[in-house]
Design a protein around this ligand. Structure first.
Ligand SMILES: [Zn+2]
Length: 179
């Protein structure tokens, strides 16, 4: 099990290692360079993706039928399972996960590892420092910012995440209020 802070530090380390300094985070490149090639495939039903291993080779499978933003989230989530050392005897398959509650839990992810993977993914796709820079905030600022719907949506486009994901991330960082 990892704390939120440990997850954040793991993600910051990855961003530095791969020399990523701004949005959108090239999550497919990070995964590939971390030894996890991406296989895009029309997966059945509500399968979002999977972390698969065969003969010592690992890869991330992602459902090609899903929207880019969701595929990016899936890649970040599967990368998390690998980087956070989540062990399983079998390939890890992720069904539909809805990510996004203030406490980091998701409606279908009650399992600790799923929650950790979602926290990792949110940190990787929407790093705190990048958002602070884009919102022109001082480090350590925890005051709320004024953000119109148009600004929120353009921020989400820049980070290539859904508006819902961005909204929850900003709430989690204490930058906007939940209502
Ligand atoms: Zn998972």
């Amino acid at each position: 099990m990892s704390t939120r802070r440990e997850i954040e530090e793991t993600v910051s380390g990855l961003l530095r290692k791969h020399q990523i300094y701004g949005a959108p985070v090239p999550v497919d490149r990070v995964a590939t360079e971390e030894g996890l090639p991406i296989i895009e495939h029309a997966l059945q039903g509500e399968v979002s993706g999977a972390l698969i291993s065969s003969n010592g080779v690992s890869a991330i499978a992602v459902n090609s039928a899903h929207h880019l933003n969701r595929r990016r989230f899936t890649i970040a989530h599967e990368l998390a399972h690998s980087k956070l050392g989540h062990k399983g005897d079998q390939d890890h398959i992720d069904w539909k996960f809805t990510v996004l509650r203030r406490d980091g839990k998701s409606s279908e992810a009650s399992d600790v590892q799923e929650i950790e993977a979602n926290i990792f993914a949110a940190n990787l796709l929407m790093p705190r420092e990048f958002l602070f820079k884009d919102l022109k905030l001082q480090a350590g600022s925890n005051g709320e910012v004024e953000l119109s719907d148009v600004q929120l949506s353009s921020l989400a486009r820049k980070y290539q995440v859904s508006e819902t994901a961005m909204n929850f991330r900003l709430i989690n960082l204490g930058l906007i209020s939940p209502i």
